[in-house]
Design a protein. Structure first.
Length: 458
């Protein structure tokens, strides 16, 4: 057993940066814009924001509190809190679902992280005068290549592994405290640039004008899943980070900062990307290549694009790495605890396995080796992993976690962890016990009705 003392963040600021680093990543800059595009814009965006603050933030508080109380890896944290409360250790399964979910996510997350790395190089070579057709072709050719994306995916995973192997305070803290603010600054710049040169009015209209008829049951589930994904919830990441949290850090206040920063970055990414989408007649619902097809046009045309382009992708890569380390951490902390093997060895094994699983997502891209393989109609291998984690494991995991915290853990224990005034506590407790589980259940019930019951009734 690893009987060594459990690690801790060196300060509240370091923790906030690490948690923001986990939350802010490809979910905000790659996923949010294209899912908002596929979801028809306005109504999806508004719903996403409601989910982030009404459901996601209370879950974030709950998950951090569990982590800090349990002081172990997700599986053992769940087990030990359940035992402390005199409840079944079966709750440990919730830790497992997180670890497995995180493993599946990192397998494709690292691939997309690799795309970002490759785009640093492409941007440095210049997107000179790119139009929509050229940037689309460049991206599609790249993901159809059997070798290049795999090399990039390997490099991305190797970077993640090397940081996680060093432990929390080593590489992680230092990287996030400087680079996250830099990413923020460059996003503001991009937003201003594309606002001036692109079709800003159309972007605002698209992103904020609610068109509720576009919101079908599966889009609502997408918005819910995305809100969990972008806050890093229910995968054990936040629970593990919570376990490194000193007792004197105020969890609710931190959670609001994290949720605020997270949604701000998503909106900024939307405002940087959609003016270009509309100015160049790209398809907002065009899927996972959106960022890679739009921004090169801007970089190709703006003054200094040859410098700003690579810088942007480099910072995006950093944001992605600070998230991927939090995806690797839960599994590593559990196996380390369980086997007593060295952290280096555990990290390398899990990282390499996830890399292998991730190669399938690359080969399954259109035009690649397994590009013709399609599941459930038109889903690629990556789509299947994405759907399984975002739309099933995450919301269900979050629902059970809220049921656990709201109904199985004593009120007193949670009051101790939160340490907030009575009125705020009551609001949070009400959300956790009733609103969150019921809302998540309703989103599922709705989609089950839409896809299974209604067709049966004809
Ligand atoms: N929140 C991260 C992002 O938006 C992804 C992530 C999901 C990280 C789940 C950890 C756990 O990119």
């Amino acid at each position: 057993m690893a009987g060594t003392q459990h690690a801790q963040w060196s300060s509240r600021w370091a923790f906030i940066m690490a948690a923001v680093g986990s939350a802010v990543g490809l979910g905000n800059i790659w996923k949010f814009p294209y899912e908002a595009g596929e979801g028809g814009g306005g109504a999806f965006v508004i719903l996403y924001l409601i989910f982030v603050f009404v459901i996601g933030a209370p879950c974030l508080i709950a998950e951090l509190s569990l982590g800090r109380r349990g002081q172990k890896s997700p599986v053992n944290t769940m087990k030990s809190i359940a035992t402390e409360e005199g409840k079944s250790t079966m709750w440990g399964l919730l830790g497992w679902s997180g670890i497995i979910g995180a493993f599946i996510i990192i397998s494709f997350y690292s691939l997309v992280g690799g795309w970002v790395l490759a785009y640093i190089v492409k941007a440095a070579m210049g997107f000179g005068g790119f139009d929509a057709a050229q940037s689309t072709e460049t991206f599609l050719n790249f993901i159809a290549d059997p070798v290049q994306p795999i090399i990039a995916h390997f490099i991305f995973m190797a970077i993640t592994v090397s940081i996680v192997a060093r432990g929390v305070q080593g590489g992680l803290e230092k990287a996030v405290t400087v680079l996250m603010p830099a990413l923020f600054a460059i996003l503001v710049m991009l937003m201003i640039y594309s606002g001036i040169t692109g079709d800003f009015a159309a972007a605002i209209d698209f992103l904020f004008r609610p068109n509720f008829h576009a919101l079908t049951g599966d889009k609502i589930l997408n918005a819910l899943g995305l809100s969990f994904f972008s806050l890093s919830l229910a995968m054990g990441s936040i629970m593990t980070y919570g376990s490194y949290l000193p007792k004197d850090v105020n969890i609710p206040r931190s959670a609001i900062t994290i949720a605020g920063a997270d949604s701000a970055v998503a909106l900024m990414a939307g405002l940087a990307i959609f003016p270009i989408v509309f100015a160049y007649g790209l398809n907002p619902g065009g899927g996972g290549g959106l960022v890679f097809m739009t921004l090169p046009i801007a970089f190709g045309q703006m003054p200094m694009g040859g410098v700003i382009g690579p810088l942007f992708f480099a910072l995006l890569a950093v944001a992605a790495v600070t998230s991927s380390i939090s995806l690797l951490e839960p599994g590593v902390s559990y196996i380390e605890e369980r086997t007593g093997w060295s952290r280096k060895k555990v990290t390398a094994i899990i990282g390499f396995s996830a890399f292998l699983l991730g190669t399938l997502s690359s080969f399954g891209q259109p035009g690649n080796l397994l590009g013709d393989l399609q599941f459930f109609g038109s889903m690629t291998i990556m789509d299947v992993k994405d759907y399984l984690t975002n739309n099933i494991i995450m919301p269900l995991g979050a629902m059970f976690m809220m049921i656990f915290v709201g109904w199985f853990v004593s009120r007193k224990a949670m009051m101790e962890e939160l340490a907030i005034e009575d009125k705020s506590f009551r609001v949070w407790y009400f959300l956790v016990r009733f609103i969150c589980p019921v809302a998540i259940f309703a989103v599922f019930a709705n989609i089950i009705y839409d896809t299974i019951i209604q067709p049966m009734l004809g």
